[in-house]
Design a protein around this ligand. Structure first.
Ligand code: ATP
Length: 346
């Protein structure tokens, strides 16, 4: 069932098309990340869903009902901003109860709901503390609790975790996802961090220049990127210019056996580093020399030069001694791991 639908949404700021004809559908109860580089329009899109910005044209529907003319405070949504926007002069409990109080709920009802929400975000018993007595991660949870106080239909978060350090951010990603699954609430998160998006989402929407490049399950977009931009943005990708050749796709470093590409203008091939095997032999369809070896603990990144093409491959940690800088190796690049963008290699 469709929770939220965006139909032909445009947003212009003067001559800038911040959002350029976006249509997408978010199923009820799913977790969706809007993902893309700075300036791609993701915050503007979220703000239009929230009612904080009017679309220049297009429609926003929630469960089939047009939302465009409904003011933000009547849209029944909870929002968490990057800044959190907590009230420093109010206690934790007063912060969380704020949206309930302005809706006229009694003190007793607020107190009960605050207790419930603090349990939900795993911070029982902090209602009387001030905001300044909490750590960054705890404040994050309070902002989430406040946004969920009125049991909204839609939960919107703009870069909610970007102020946290890396370890805490990863823990909060899992926590946020688990909370969303428990509540079954339709959730849309803006992030520029692809790892974050992949950890949390049912669906990711990869954006660039105000447009959607691809929408899909994270692993599907990672394995089968629709465009070179998506391939490059979601993790590491080797994007290699190839042409049709004898028995496969030819590039400056050799041939990818069995890979079909259209003739003519050439193609771009994307292959992930973990799909390339580095073999300590000098014979094979692709020859390369080792330029740099980066030990990352769980994996080893091997940077290679294959006839002038820079390629990165991953290897298991215990194999790193086999690959010395300057040595010649061969690469196994299975055709089935390659995604071909015909015509993109020109
Ligand atoms: P970031 O991750 O840096 O926040 P973003 O993907 O969220 O980027 P937006 O903030 O939506 O991008 O901005 C999209 C484009 O619209 C940018 O070119 C930005 O400069 C422009 N823009 C956004 N808000 C306004 C505004 N109020 N007035 C004028 N231009 C704006």
């Amino acid at each position: 069932m469709s929770g939220l639908q965006l139909v032909d949404i445009h947003k212009r700021f003067g001559s800038v098309a911040a959002v350029d004809n976006i249509s997408l559908s978010v199923d009820e109860g799913t977790f969706v990340c809007l993902l893309g580089p700075s300036g791609c329009g993701k915050t503007t899109l979220l703000r239009m869903i929230a009612g904080l910005e009017d679309p220049t044209s297009g429609n926003i529907l929630l469960q089939g009902r047009r939302l465009n003319d409904t003011p933000a405070h009547l849209r029944n949504l909870g929002m968490v901003f990057q800044s959190l926007a907590l009230f420093p002069h109010l206690s934790v409990g007063e912060n969380i109860a704020y949206p309930l109080r302005i809706r006229g709920k009694s003190k007793a009802a607020c107190g009960e709901r605050v207790r419930e929400l603090l349990d939900m975000v795993q911070l029982p018993g902090v209602a009387d503390r001030t905001i300044t007595q909490l750590s960054g991660g705890q404040r994050q949870r309070i902002a989430i609790a406040r946004a969920l106080a009125v049991s909204p239909q839609l939960f919107l978060l703009d870069e909610p975790l970007s102020a946290l350090d890396a370890k805490l951010r990863e823990a909060m990603q899992v926590e946020l996802r688990q909370l969303q699954q428990r509540l079954g609430i339709t959730t849309i998160v803006v992030t520029h961090d692809q790892r974050e998006a992949m950890t949390m989402s049912d669906q990711i929407v990869v954006m660039s220049n105000g447009k959607v490049e691809q929408m899909g399950a994270p692993i599907e977009a990672y394995r089968r990127p629709a465009t070179p931009f998506v391939a490059d943005f979601l993790g590491q990708a080797n994007l290699i210019k190839v042409a049709a050749g004898e028995g496969g796709a030819r590039f400056s470093g050799g041939t990818i056996p069995g890979l079909d590409v259209a003739g003519g203008e050439g193609a771009l091939v994307s292959i992930r580093p973990e799909d390339i095997a580095v073999l300590p032999s000098e014979t094979g369809p692709v020859k390369a020399s080792v330029v740099f070896v980066r030990e990352m603990g769980a994996i080893v990144e091997i940077y290679l030069d294959a006839g002038g093409e820079r390629i990165v491959a991953h290897a298991a940690p215990k194999t790193h001694g086999d690959f010395k800088v300057g040595s010649t190796v061969s690469l196994s690049m299975p055709a089935e791991a390659c995604v071909v963008f015909d015509g993109a290699g020109a």
